[in-house]
Design a protein around this ligand. Sequence first.
Ligand SMILES: Cc1cc2nc3c(=O)[nH]c(=O)nc-3n(C[C@H](O)[C@H](O)[C@H](O)COP(=O)(O)OP(=O)(O)OC[C@H]3O[C@@H](n4cnc5c(N)ncnc54)[C@H](O)[C@@H]3O)c2cc1C
Length: 294
Amino acid sequence: MDLKKVVRNIKYNEPMSKHTTFRVGGPADIFAEPEAHELLDLIRYLNESGQPYTVIGNGSNLLVGDKGIRGVVVALKDGIGDIDVEEDCEIYAGAGALLSRVASEAAACGLTGLEFASGIPGSVGGAIAMNAGAYDGEMKDVVSYVNAIHDNEFVKYGCNEMDFSYRHSRILDSGDIVVGVCIKLAFGDMGTIRAKMSELNQRRADKQPINLPSAGSTFKRPEGYFAGKLIQDAGLRGYRVGGACVSEKHCGFVVNDQNATAAEIKQLIEDVQNKVFEDAGVRLETEVRMIGEF
Ligand SMILES: Cc1cc2nc3c(=O)[nH]c(=O)nc-3n(C[C@H](O)[C@H](O)[C@H](O)COP(=O)(O)OP(=O)(O)OC[C@H]3O[C@@H](n4cnc5c(N)ncnc54)[C@H](O)[C@@H]3O)c2cc1C
């Protein structure tokens, strides 16, 4: 069977720089953006035909290599991004919905609990995979259940089956595909919810280089330390490799401020890891996920 018979929206040799917030990454051989009703057939087709594939959301936690991605990139975006407000303070969102949209929808309905997520620029699927979090909130605090594809079938996981931990969920280990999530919130005051969101977004804008291409915090927070502080103490504020540098505003962010290549960003990350290890004896692990060929 032809892939085009399974999913309508397909592009060939699609530059991944168009689909990542780092704005780097070479071409995906095939870039498929399925609608909700096409997704299961697409995954079955890819598994049964043995074609390699990579699932992405909004590309806000990815560093894609300059030589791109072989096989098929399955991008879950608007076509699988419906948001439904349900009874009992629950919201069901398709994996492709932007988390910030779900947070706005919650606020508009006077539902509290998702304020922490309003400035995280990922999709719901990516947020579940990564257990995204900020300002003392994490996805694991609000998930009721997750619908996913496992072994070519739809499955449903309760929150306690998701193996959530710091920037990790079972999805990263199993290769399951998140299809949608039910989020459980509580009634609150709309004005208070909106004020909290504005306050958190202002704190983000004050402290983070959100106007420059990046993938957010480059490194996970090492137990007992802050990555940004370790990097700053190692004298790496503003440290540069080609078009990439350690942000002057927040050392925990690597930014692409001068048309960097992925290779330059990767080199910068490795340099930072080595220097911090020499300086403080701490091995920084990347939160950003590197995929494709470098
Ligand atoms: C300016 C900026 C600020 C940020 N601030 C934060 C923050 O405060 N907190 C935080 O946690 N993160 C933050 N991030 C990082 C990023 O937004 C989150 O990790 C987000 O959850 C990633 O979602 P995404 O849809 O972009 O996923 P992608 O980057 O597309 O993918 C990330 C991982 O999830 C997997 N994935 C994506 N969708 C699915 C799916 N449907 N099914 C299975 N696997 C999937 C991918 O395979 C990949 O392994 C920030 C990023 C930027 C650029």
